[in-house]
Ligand binder design. Structure first.
Ligand SMILES: Cc1cc2nc3c(=O)[nH]c(=O)nc-3n(C[C@H](O)[C@H](O)[C@H](O)COP(=O)(O)OP(=O)(O)OC[C@H]3O[C@@H](n4cnc5c(N)ncnc54)[C@H](O)[C@@H]3O)c2cc1C
Length: 364
């Protein structure tokens, strides 16, 4: 089976690897190269019990997290590369009584769902994370959460897919047309004909999939994220506050994110965004002003109107499939998305989760 995957973000690369490893001949097409969209800005936090504020998202996120160990092990083996991936937990922190009440409510939800967790006061939190600010007076530890270094994972996915025969092309896809027995993808470098196409073009997906839906099925929500560096890693796990989160990497890097801005297709960093993140992160970790400033990263999160992704067949074009609209959870949902798409395209198998993410709910 010849399959074109449009988009080399975390989603397109995960789908391409899964399809190629099951024997498809895969061509990945991206207008800018691997991982240059929302993916390069992502914090890589794997935390469905924080981000899953909608039932469907919680169910999809928890399912995808359960696939993560096997996913990273398989990609790492296929690519012959190591990938920084830790299941060291998340520590949600509260600065005042109102935020502490929210952590109490979150702890009750985890208790009801049978998810391991530990509620603690500020002193207990500083015993496990000594660098935390004295302003923190309550915290909630969820040990099953974690993070992955996203660009490292995305590059490994492309290498792993290539080792199964996939190819990558840098070109802009201009249109997709379903023909009698094939699908034609018109790109700036020529036409690619194949048996199927997977649209994984992130925030740009609506431009390739004409529909009468208003607002569009996928629209961009800008996120700015800081990359800081310390000589010693200041934290041992992800710290999540109401206005800011921190992700420590092994090499002393610390990611501080993220803004949420509805500004269209504008990938600029702003002084207001950087100032906001520096101030909010210093409220959690007083050492932030001592850090080296490495970079500010900006990405456009692909958001759908109901914040749930679009995964599955097009209802208007035979042979066309969507894997888009992952908004704030594309990294978390990558293993599940890849599996759902490959089961469907290669084997015609419709997993029950596909009912939660049907593209035709927006006329696609
Ligand atoms: C600041 C920030 C922090 C985040 N943190 C987290 C997190 O902690 N955990 C988590 O799970 N998620 C997180 N996310 C969300 C996550 O990054 C996204 O959901 C995910 O990256 C979406 O991946 P994608 O492959 O769908 O899109 P993208 O990464 O945007 O990739 C789409 C690709 O399609 C290509 N493309 C578009 N149009 C065309 C065309 N016409 N022709 C050819 N190529 C095209 C683009 O060049 C791009 O490379 C974060 C996002 C941001 C911005």
């Amino acid at each position: 089976m010849n399959i074109t995957v449009v988009g080399a973000g975390i989603i397109g690369c995960a789908v391409a690897h899964e399809l190629a490893s099951r024997g498809a001949r895969v061509q990945i097409v991206d207008m800018r190269g691997t991982g240059r969209g929302a993916t390069q800005a992502s914090a890589g936090i794997l935390a469905p019990h924080i981000e899953g504020h909608i039932d469907a998202l919680l169910r999809l996120g928890a399912c995808s997290l359960s696939l993560y160990d096997g996913f990273v092990a398989r990609v790492s083996a296929d690519a012959r590369q190591t990938i920084e991936y830790e299941r060291s937990g998340t520590l949600q922190v509260a600065r005042d009584g109102r935020e502490a009440d929210e952590l109490d409510a979150a702890a009750r939800r985890l208790e009801a769902a049978g998810i391991e967790h530990r509620l603690m006061n500020g002193d207990e939190a500083r015993r496990i994370e000594p660098a935390l600010s004295s302003r923190i007076h309550a915290a909630l530890l969820t040990p099953r959460h974690g993070y992955v270094k996203v660009l490292e994972l995305t590059m490994a996915l492309v290498a792993a897919a290539a080792n199964h025969g996939a190819t990558s092309t840098t070109a802009t896809v201009r249109r997709v047309d379903a023909r009698d027995n094939s699908v034609a993808v018109t790109t700036s470098a020529g036409i690619i004909e194949g048996d199927a196409v997977v649209l994984a073009a992130g925030s740009w997906t609506s431009g390739l999939a004409p529909s009468a839906a208003s607002p569009p099925a996928v629209r961009p929500i800008r996120g700015q994220l800081l990359h800081l560096h310390f000589s010693h890693v200041p934290l041992s796990r992800v710290v999540w506050g109401a206005d800011c989160y921190l992700v420590p990497w092994h090499d002393g890097s610390l990611l501080a994110g993220a803004t949420v801005e509805d500004v269209g297709f504008d990938e600029s960093a702003t002084t207001a965004g950087v100032t906001h993140l520096l101030e909010r992160s210093a409220e959690l970790l007083t050492a932030v002003p001592d850090a080296r400033f490495e970079a500010v990263r900006v990405g456009l999160r692909p958001a759908t109107p109901d914040e749930v992704p679009l995964i599955g067949p097009s209802s208007t074009m035979r042979g066309v499939y969507y894997a888009a609209g992952h908004y704030r959870s594309g990294v978390l949902l990558a293993p599940l998305t890849a599996k759902l798409v490959a089961d469907l395209v290669m084997d015609g198998r419709r997993a029950p989760e596909l009912e939660l993410v049907r593209p035709d709910r927006f006329g696609l």
